[in-house]
Ligand binder design. Structure first.
Ligand code: UN1
Length: 490
């Protein structure tokens, strides 16, 4: 490792920034893996006990604090995040590998999410129902669930934490948060914004560590609910562990999202959007487009345009403004993805563009993978079914819209899909037939907004959806109140 100045890894426990005493963790720049961005010791089980106890104690007072007052803290944090968007966006690009524009955009998105939930006090707080009995109303009020464990992935190191932590806090919960250990820098930035904004000690605790720490958090007797975004395998393990303890889990997991381009599509628009869906963030989004289904009438033309565009995409250091695609996050991601490409070719896929490693030049040292488009044979192929989480697009052809929609549904996952057509009837058929949690008509498969539900159908998600009013389902429980006064006056 080169001796560079890097950030010291710290954890936020009971309102204090502490250094851990567990094993060492380093966050590296995936474009230049000899550069260390942050380093320090992981949190220990003892830190976890302290954090959970602090969270439980702080939560009682926090829950009694008026929601508008809680909102003020989130709004202040949003201002801090916005103010640092350029610098933190650069850190994000360096630490995670997405481009500078995407990094800065993501930081601003985190601020937008904090603002959305910061204003929750101005929205409706529950429901009132009529009663079948005279002199009675039935109220459904919302209460926090308690101490929430938040476990977040590397690929949106500030936006996903914001969309879990902001609703958890606004509804009166306390949080123990473990981010992916590949992106501690951005986690420290978000926690510092909330801390500086005046969040009372213990309401948010940040613990950095590996999967052992994650297991410790999920299994901790003081944790009342777990929200997770990440791989399908870990999500199912977390849901099972939570169920064993009888606590709710919200898990956002895999996707194998299809873009369907029909004969009548606006091809230029579709090419541009498929490029964004497949290759932005180097394909490392659970909403990324990883399958492309083309109807026969346009397939050849579309593939020619797409592969020309992909072959000239500027791959490079994400912190340089002209770069259109950076590296993938780590050496192990790089190995998994290159092996996935190899397996696909062994299983009969033809490489239309990309596929090869960068063996020389400035990209050879980083975890770069060329934007790759592979056309699959009609037979079974792992690339059709398994999430690879990289810039790799698997293509199949269909005779007509019906067959295309059937192929799009041919997945155990159902997170998002994109359909390109100018025909309203086909678009409405897609709305009716595609089993996904998020559907885009004439736009790329990725994307989410703070005020609308986000999450998957089928095996992409477990538990209530995220964001918008859907978040309330997970971060609160209801009390149904049968409210009567004394004897009614006549
Ligand atoms: C987006 O598409 O902008 O992990 C958000 C993920 C998703 C978030 C996607 N949970 O990629």
């Amino acid at each position: 490792m080169t001796a560079t100045t890097h950030a010291a890894l710290q954890h936020l426990v009971a309102g204090e920034w502490i250094t851990g005493s567990g094993t060492e963790v380093r966050s590296l720049n995936p474009a230049r893996p000899t550069t260390v961005l942050a380093a320090g010791a992981c949190a220990t089980d003892a830190d976890l006990d302290t954090a959970v106890a602090a969270a439980a104690a702080a939560q009682r007072t926090w829950a009694r604090t008026p929601i508008h007052q809680r909102g003020t803290v989130l709004l202040q944090a949003a201002t801090i995040v916005d103010r640092n968007a350029e610098a933190w966006g650069r850190d994000l690009a360096a630490e995670e590998g997405k481009t500078l524009a995407e990094g800065v955009g993501e930081v601003r998105r985190a601020a937008q999410i904090l603002r959305y939930y910061g204003n929750e006090g101005d929205r409706h707080a529950g429901d009132i129902y009529s009663s079948p009995r005279a002199g009675e109303q039935i109220l459904v009020t919302r209460k926090p669930v308690g101490v929430v464990a938040v476990i977040t992935p590397f690929n949106f190191p500030i936006a996903i934490p914001a969309w879990k932590i902001a609703p958890a806090l606004i509804y009166g919960n306390a949080v123990v948060w473990k981010p992916a250990s590949t992106v501690p820098l951005l986690a420290m930035h978000l926690a510092s914004a909330l801390h500086e904004a005046g969040l009372p000690p213990g309401v948010l605790n940040l613990l950095i560590g590996g999967s052992g720490l994650g297991d410790g958090i999920v299994g901790h007797a003081g944790v009342d609910a777990v929200t997770f975004t990440g791989s399908t395998g870990i999500g199912r393990r977390i849901a099972a562990a939570a169920a064993t303890r009888g606590v709710p889990a919200q898990c956002e997991m895999g996707g194998k999202n299809a873009a369907v381009v029909l004969d009548d599509a606006d091809l230029d628009l579709a090419v541009e959007q498929v490029m964004l869906g497949a290759f932005r963030s180097s394909g490392q989004k659970c909403t990324a487009t990883s399958r492309l289904i083309l109807t026969d009438g346009i397939a050849d033309r579309f593939l020619q345009q797409l592969t020309e565009r992909a072959a000239t995409l500027r791959v490079g250091d994400p912190t340089e403004g002209s770069t259109e695609m950076g590296p993938v996050v780590s050496e192990s991601a790089h190995t998994t993805i290159t092996c996935g490409i190899e397996t696909a070719t062994i299983q009969g896929a033809s490489v239309l563009t990309g596929g090869a490693r960068y063996t020389e030049g400035p990209l050879a040292d980083g975890y770069f993978i060329a934007p790759t488009v592979l056309e699959l044979p009609g037979t079974e192929a792992d690339l059709w079914t398994d999430e690879l989480f990289g810039p790799v697009l698997a293509v199949r052809r269909a005779a007509d819209a019906d067959e295309a929609f059937t192929l799009a549904n041919d997945s155990e996952f159902g997170l998002s899909a994109a359909v390109f057509t100018q025909d309203l009837t086909r678009a409405l058929e897609a709305v009716e037939h595609l089993d996904v949690g998020v559907l885009h008509i004439n736009s790329e498969s990725a994307g989410a907004d703070p005020h609308v539900p986000f999450g998957g159908a089928k095996k992409s998600g477990l538990g209530p959806k995220e964001q918008g009013s859907a978040a309330r389902e997970f971060f609160t429980h209801t009390t149904t109140v049968y409210l009567r006064g004394g004897a009614p006056s006549v």
